[in-house]
Ligand binder design. Structure first.
Ligand code: G1P
Length: 301
């Protein structure tokens, strides 16, 4: 069913968070702690993604966890002892912050026993997602934007009823770290240079072999046919079941769109990216920004 067909529209309610990776880029911090729990200022990475999902209208979060990831479950669970202590000591703001996390949203978990790739992780969520479109959020891509990135993708999905991935232009020297698309720009919402119709995808191409400089960033809206596509592919780059390869398979029967979203993406799974994100988020904080800026000014750089 190729072509500009507008497919049946369904509200997107569920966001899948693959969180079973080994976090090797951030060792030794991630030896005994999931990388999704690394904290930017005072909130773990995964909470930024969960809040983005909530602000985009999601009502269910599905976290695909692995070994040693129980801190994530505890984080989104009610902490009676902590709440009791904060209540007793009159620390209202902290109490609200802690309660908000568990009140925010309905969170369910599914286990990925082995880290066999992003496609494999998403496939683990098949039963919990069911036959409806859903979002995928990679928590180490932290996106700072006025309109949440997922919301921007959902607006495209609501219009076309098809799968949509987030795109960003990347330097040639960095392109081999990403899924890369070949795509043609299409006019949408008064602009001609943000939305693309994708016609090919390659996971982590070598520099010089990439089909473009448009990289996939960790936000996806996927239609449920993606599950059959993941089941149809064989392991690719790094011997893993790649979501990018499944999207390429899906492209045979369904259109896929890519949106160059508005906002700043931080690769918080990378040490330098994490440091940059920490500085930017700290400077934006009303309680910390002022004194932190003053401190930075004293550094002789
Ligand atoms: C994953 C995807 C890749 C995408 C990237 C975005 O790679 O496989 O297609 O471009 O996320 O962050 P990873 O960073 O897990 O190696």
């Amino acid at each position: 069913m190729l072509g500009e067909t507008v497919e049946t529209k369904m509200k997107v309610r569920k966001a899948v968070f693959p969180a079973a990776g080994l976090g090797t880029r951030f060792l030794p911090a991630t030896k005994a702690q999931p990388k999704e729990m690394l904290s930017l200022v005072d909130k773990p990475l995964i909470q930024y993604g969960v809040e983005e999902s909530i602000h985009s209208g999601m009502t269910n979060i599905i976290i695909v966890t692995g070994r040693g990831k129980s801190a994530i479950e505890d984080h989104f669970d009610v902490s009676f002892e902590l709440e009791h202590l904060l209540e007793k000591s009159g620390k209202r703001e902290l109490l609200a912050a802690v309660r908000n996390i568990s009140d925010m949203i309905d969170v369910s978990y599914v286990r990925q026993k082995e880290a066999l790739g992003l496609g494999h992780a998403v496939l683990r969520a098949k039963e919990l997602v069911g036959d409806e479109p859903f979002a995928v959020v990679l928590a180490d891509d932290v996106i700072d934007s006025e309109i949440p990135c997922l919301r921007q993708l959902l607006d495209v999905h609501d219009f076309y009823g098809a799968s949509v991935v987030a795109l960003m232009e990347v330097e040639p020297s960095r392109i081999s770290a990403y899924g890369v698309v070949a795509a043609d720009p299409i006019a949408h919402n008064g602009t001609g240079d943000r939305l693309y119709r994708i016609h090919n995808l390659v996971e982590k191409p070598k520099q010089g072999e990439a089909p473009s400089n448009l990289a996939i960033i960790g936000r996806y809206i996927l239609t449920p046919e993606i599950f059959q596509s993941i089941e149809s592919i064989t392991p690719g780059t790094n011997g893993e079941l790649q979501l990018t390869d499944a999207l390429k398979h899906l492209l045979r029967s369904r259109p896929i769109y890519g949106l160059k979203f508005e906002g700043t993406r931080h690769d918080a799974g990378d040490k330098l990216g994490f440091l940059k994100a920490t500085v930017e988020f700290a400077l934006q904080r009303h309680d910390l920004g002022g004194p932190f800026r003053e401190y930075l000014k004293t550094l002789s750089l």
